[in-house]
Design a protein around this ligand. Structure first.
Ligand SMILES: [Zn+2]
Length: 186
């Protein structure tokens, strides 16, 4: 039997993107943290197939868990591209468990990868806000800033360099004016 974390090992709390689920105790890698549950929808029944919300968890081509129910605390778990947990999908049992894939420390936000379909449908259009993507963006912004600073510094250097040249040229031109009848030399 897999080790299952007690319900006291997590709490709902404020995360950057709204609410999230946070560890309140150390959770060992491999531990089942929580079950993702809700009514099971059958895609062969049109009324059930028509249900649309962002808490649907597809088990396979036919069965989907509607995780939008209040009691499903696992719905608070946010997506991450570099998660510390994963969804353990059991289509035959029609169950999903969220399991730690790293040792999770108290205070850490628990997250798992929602998968490509969800990412494309919901996250890509608005930009993924998971810590991993935020860090990537931060790094890119810093690099862009550094690049701009570099360009600025080099432009300023060039401007400084060309400034004395310009005065030199003027003098040259001034000198040349008399000899070449005003035609500038290359
Ligand atoms: Zn991400």
């Amino acid at each position: 039997m897999p080790v299952t974390a007690s319900s006291k090992s997590y709490r709902v709390g404020r995360s950057k993107t709204g609410l999230g689920l946070f560890a309140t105790m150390p959770i060992k890698k491999g531990t089942r943290i929580i079950r993702y549950f809700g009514p099971i929808l059958d895609s062969r029944i049109p009324e059930q197939d028509d249900i649309e919300n962002k808490y649907l968890f597809e088990l396979n081509g036919r069965w989907t868990i509607d995780g939008s129910v209040r009691k499903n605390v696992a719905r608070y778990i946010n997506h991450s591209c570099r998660p510390n947990a994963e969804s353990d999908v059991r289509p035959r049992e029609r169950k999903v468990f969220i399991r730690a894939i790293k040792n999770i420390e108290p205070g850490d936000e628990i997250n798992y990868d929602y998968g490509t379909d969800y990412f494309k449908a919901y996250l890509k259009p608005i930009g993924c806000k998971c810590p991993s993507c935020e860090n990537k963006r931060k790094k890119q912004r810093a690099e862009a800033r550094a690049e701009r600073a570099k360009v600025k510094a080099s432009t300023e250097r060039k401007a400084k360099k060309s400034a004395p040249k310009a005065t030199k040229k003027k003098k040259l031109n001034g000198h040349a004016v008399g000899k070449t009848n005003g035609r500038a030399r290359a």
